[in-house]
Write a protein that binds this ligand. Structure first.
Ligand code: F6P
Length: 359
């Protein structure tokens, strides 16, 4: 018999509730107990720890499609590794976390998180030395190395596509351009994938430098007099302050191109979870349960070559994605970013989409 705690940390995304519900279903079928930790590490180190015992009533099948997290992802000003370190409370915080794991009688902790949560879990791995630590990758940014897929990305691409599909209609009615700013931090996967889906006129991503004059000429030469320019939030515009979409918009206006800006913001993180994300979440939950049965620890579930297996967190460290020194920024994602040989880049160019100065 295993007693498992689950928590969701970092930004929310669609698919979190799917993975929670599938973990509950699979674990109970194996005769294991499963408990939800509320508010991530903030709830775990509360006295007493904030925990939720699941039942078929509290976790019905249909909640698996809903965005957000039934367990929440930590509140504003929450106590977590970062805030504890910043306020000099890290030792106390770590000791409390360890105490809570014992108090809840956990054999396993499943952490459903993004790259920030993963690196913090690795750096503070001593806390989890008495339990099995299994991580499940989720993020709309798709910026986690050693896995081809992350939970929430597919729904975010769908949300962004739906948002832009609507804009395209008004863009056409008024013969104008919409500069739409996407999330994704410093990773262009979300913008690139949604841009292909909607038939964007241009896609600007952090991984590829662009030239504003080339962009303007490309728009002017477009066979249409309307369309969408997707701008990833992480593109760097040195010497300018303000949101990237606003800056590009001003340049286009100065060049005589009638345009508006649009910000889908957090709508990219919500929306009914797509079937693809639900299937992915189910595969990840199944993989996590297999890892528990095999007594694995310090691992993350991952999709590689379309197989769902675990990879060791130590592999992130060995590959330099996670640094041991909290003062040195992680390089976390080099193999998850859009690589120069990503086939979507050539496809975009072949379809007449400007994606920057690739040559
Ligand atoms: O990492 C997920 C993400 O949605 C990023 O794409 C975005 O930059 C950030 O989180 C927004 O964070 P917040 O919810 O704090 O506004």
């Amino acid at each position: 018999m295993k007693r498992i705690g689950i928590m969701t940390t970092g930004g929310d995304c669609s698919g979190l509730n799917t993975v929670i519900q599938r973990l509950y279903r699979g674990a109970t079928l194996r005769g294991w107990q499963i408990v939800g930790i509320l508010d991530g590490t903030d709830g775990l180190c509360a006295t007493p720890p904030r925990a939720l015992e699941f039942t078929n009533e509290t976790l019905p099948i249909e909640c698996a499609r809903l965005a957000g997290s039934l367990l929440h992802n930590g509140r504003a000003n929450a106590l977590n590794f970062e805030t504890a370190a910043a306020t000099g409370q890290i030792k106390k915080f770590n000791a409390q976390l360890k105490k809570s794991l014992t108090e809840l009688k956990l054999d396993v902790i499943i952490l459903i998180g993004g790259n920030g949560s993963l690196s913090l879990a690795w750096r503070n791995r001593e806390i989890y030395s008495g339990v099995q630590l299994i991580c499940i990758p989720k993020t709309i940014d798709m910026d986690i190395p050693l896995t081809d897929k992350t939970i929430g990305f597919n729904t975010a691409v769908q949300q962004l596509t739906t948002f832009c599909d609507q804009l395209m209609l008004t863009a056409r009615s008024h013969h104008r351009w919409f500069i739409t700013q996407t999330m994704g931090r410093d990773c262009g996967q979300l913008a690139l994938n949604a841009g292909i889906a909607i038939g964007a006129t241009a896609i600007l991503i952090p991984e590829i430098k662009f030239d504003i004059n080339s962009l303007i000429n490309h728009i002017k030469d477009s066979p249409n007099d309307y369309g969408i320019i997707l701008v990833s939030e992480g593109i760097s515009l040195r010497g300018h302050s303000g949101r990237p979409a606003d800056i590009i918009s001003r340049k286009l206006t100065a060049a005589g191109l009638v345009n508006r800006t649009a910000y889908p913001e957090h709508t990219q993180r919500v929306g009914d979870t797509t079937a693809a994300d639900r299937i992915l979440a189910t595969r990840m939950a199944d993989c996590a349960l297999r890892a528990i049965a095999n007594n694995e620890t310090y691992v993350m579930t991952a999709i590689n070559d379309n197989r769902c297996e675990t990879v060791g967190l130590a592999e992130f460290f060995d590959a330099g994605y996670i640094t041991s020194d909290p003062n040195i920024p992680d390089v976390m994602t080099s193999d998850a970013y859009v690589s120069p040989d990503d086939p979507l880049l050539d496809i975009a160019t072949n379809m007449g989409i400007y994606i920057g100065e690739t040559k």
